[in-house]
Each structure stands twice: as structure tokens, then as C-alpha cells.
Design a protein around this ligand. Sequence first.
Ligand code: ATP
Ligand code: MG
Length: 199
Amino acid sequence: MSSAPIGILGGTFDPIHYGHLAIAEEVRVALRLDRVLIIPAGEQPLKIGKHMAPPEHRLAMARLACADNPLFEVSSIEVDRPGPSYTHVTLQLLHDQGLDNLYLILGADALADLPRWHETPRILTLARIVVVSRPGASVDLSVLSQIFPALPERLILIEGPRLDISSTDLRQRVAQGRPIRYQTPDAVVAYIEAHGLYR
Ligand code: ATP
Ligand code: MG
């Protein structure tokens, strides 16, 4: 028998926002997941060299944003590991902990990155991929399915709430002194202010 179905939402969460929380909830309900693990990347391999808030801050904001939902669990499994945060390593570690029914949640923009990820075929054996729609991102499976023949049978497409919120935009807004309230929980807004992030 396989273990309870668990969603995995990885990202830089720089900062976490309602777009992330809304897709996690959408997938949790649609697939009747037991819970969703929110996993901030330590070092995101595809964003190396880009300025990012330190992992402790991104983790703390994720914890604040998820504090009122017992079915969202923030994991430090990637922040605690030195070096680049490869998803296949994280999934293997979770699998070794007995979690063998994993659903890796991706926004539609992130799906297109699969060819640039490490060990994508391995990822497809360790988890099903759940792709959620995102404004401005279209899903083109033809090329991806040629590169990864196992993808179609491991893929679930979910129509999400299509919130047009991105961390990039929130960082720019803070830098420009514009508001981010109502795009991320109040506790995250307060944390960003208290620590002077993104100025
Ligand atoms: P950045 O602009 O810094 O890349 P982001 O808003 O894209 O930030 P990430 O941490 O890169 O946030 O995203 C983590 C995951 O959440 C990715 O799979 C991404 O596609 C997904 N995601 C983020 N925002 C949304 C959104 N508004 N709608 C759907 N998916 C989203
Ligand atoms: Mg992104």
C-alpha cells in the first residue's frame, strides 16, 4: 500500500505570496491530498547569481504565511542542505522517509524549465507532476513529451485561480515604495518591513 498523498510545492519564495498559497490549496482540494509541503530552496540552481533574500528570511516568511493552515507544512529540508537544491535529491529524501505518494506542484511557467532540471526522468519516477495554470504562461507538452516520454502518464493539469502575482513584482514594488498588502499575508508584509528586505 502506498502512503498518504502529499503535495510538494518548491520555490524560492522570495517572498511567498497568495499565488503560491492559492495553488497549493487548489491542488490539495482537487487531488484530496493529505497535506502540502512548502519547501523553500536553499540555493535555486536556475537562479544562481541572482540576488535573493537569505534562506532564513525566505523560510521565516513561508512559516508565517502557512501558520494558520495545519494542512500546509513548511519544510527546511532544502535550506538545511549545503549546495544547490536539486529537486530529485529532495524527493529521494522524502521517499526514504516513507513518503511514496508524492505530487510535485508546478506553476505553468516552471514546467517549461523541466529540460534544465537535473535528473528529470528520476523526478518523474519519484513523483507525479501537477501543473497549475498561471497568467502569462502556456503549457506546451509536444516538445517536453518528446524529451521525456514518461511525462504524459505522470502529468496532471489543474486549472488554478490564475492570480497574477509574482515575487519579482512584489520585490520591485517594495523597492519602489509601492504596496504589496493583499497580495501576500499581512504577517509577511510586516516581516519584510521589519527586516528591511528588498529595499
Ligand atoms: P519569481 O518572480 O522570483 O520567480 P515566483 O512568483 O515565480 O517568483 P517562485 O518561488 O519562483 O515564485 O515559484 C514557486 C512555484 O510557484 C513555481 O512552480 C511557480 O510556477 C509557482 N507560482 C508562483 N506564483 C504563481 C502564480 N501566481 N500562479 C501559479 N503558479 C505560481
Ligand atoms: Mg518563479
